[in-house]
Write a protein that binds this ligand. Structure first.
Ligand SMILES: [Zn+2]
Length: 338
């Protein structure tokens, strides 16, 4: 099969690899209809995460089940499925509480930019869609695999809802789908912090009501100005840097909620600032599996179009160009066709 290997920062290659295979009775092998490049893949690509040795990469996927292990009961060969980047049994106490991304049997997916993918914990991870999807639905279903599910969790953790003002820090795919999620949850006002015109346009299309281009102290001041001096009820943090996290905490009002889903890189919070902020913080790796049935349903009924975040589609063999395009911010998110 064709698969993707990251060798070093800036060095991504498409190569012939051994076919993915069932190695445990609870595995499934999925022939991918589409996969994609995530903002989090860029941390390694940009040298901000160590690469000990060349390794496969990719964690977003949809496709058709090709093979299942002897222990798999809920998933059948031939079904079109969506799964999360964190696999889960969906039966342990943590899963039943809705935190499948922290499942006691969790294994992260990390080989998905390929033609075939082995999915551990297949029964508790994969969600079959009602039938073979129309081709135009595939990008939307793919988005549910991570960026939509993550944006949804962030909006949920931030308690977006009717009557609430939501600030979104970060205009990448997750931030943009945080806008869509907050809109679906009935938020009254959605303020997106962005300086990029094409991303602003997408955000407005997903339901943003205001754009703030300022950052740092000026950004906080602008949010305060737009919220009667109080700050927002709900803040989605979708970047993971010191600046973005500080922006998020300081944009929330007393008693407000911050949902943080940008993987933290060097973020340090001042205990004293937290103490006096009076905000709720909740986040981490999103339990996408919790939301998948609902999200698939909304996509299937054509109520939401999260796949609009894909603004570049390339053959899987051209994955290196996809990384360059995202690194240089020429593309919001790149879909790869195996
Ligand atoms: Zn579990």
């Amino acid at each position: 099969m064709r698969g993707t290997i990251i060798y070093a920062p800036g060095d991504i290659r498409s190569e012939e690899r051994p076919d993915a295979a069932v190695t445990a009775p609870t595995d499934a092998v999925v022939r991918l209809s589409a996969t994609c490049i995530c903002g989090t893949d860029l941390w390694a690509y940009r040298g901000m995460e160590p690469i000990a040795e060349p390794r496969p990469i990719g964690h977003e996927y949809v496709g058709v089940v090709e093979q299942v292990g002897d222990g798999v009961r809920n998933v059948e060969v031939g079904q079109f499925v969506v799964g999360s980047f964190a696999t889960s049994d969906n039966t342990c106490e943590i899963c039943r509480a809705g935190y499948q991304s922290h499942c006691v049997h969790r294994e992260f997916v990390g080989t998905a930019q390929a033609e075939l993918l082995r999915v551990p914990n297949a029964d508790g991870t994969l969600v079959a869609v009602p039938g073979p999807p129309d081709p135009d639905l595939v990008p939307h279903l793919l988005a549910a695999s991570d960026v939509l599910g993550t944006g949804w969790f962030a909006a949920d953790a931030a308690q977006a809802g009717p009557g609430r003002t939501v600030v979104v820090v970060g205009d990448g795919a997750v931030g943009l789908l945080g806008v869509l999620s907050a809109k679906q949850m009935g938020a009254e006002r959605i303020i997106v912090m962005s300086r990029n015109e094409s991303r602003q346009k997408l955000a407005l299309g997903f339901g943003a009501t205001d754009i703030v281009t300022e950052r740092g102290d000026d950004g906080v001041a602008r949010i305060k100005e737009l919220t009667g001096g109080l700050g927002a009820h709900s803040v989605i943090e979708a970047v993971g840097t010191q600046e973005s996290m500080a922006q998020a905490v300081r944009s929330a009002r007393v008693g407000g909620h911050v949902g943080y889903v940008g993987i933290s890189h060097g973020v340090e919070l001042s205990g004293r600032e937290l103490f006096f902020s009076g905000v709720h913080l909740h986040g981490g790796p999103a339990p996408v599996r919790r939301y998948l049935p609902d999200l698939v349903d909304r996509i299937w009924r054509r109520e939401i179009e999260p796949g609009k975040v894909f603004d570049l589609t390339l053959p899987l063999a051209d994955v290196a160009e996809g990384y360059r395009a995202m690194d240089e911010r020429r593309a919001v998110k790149v879909l790869l066709q195996p």
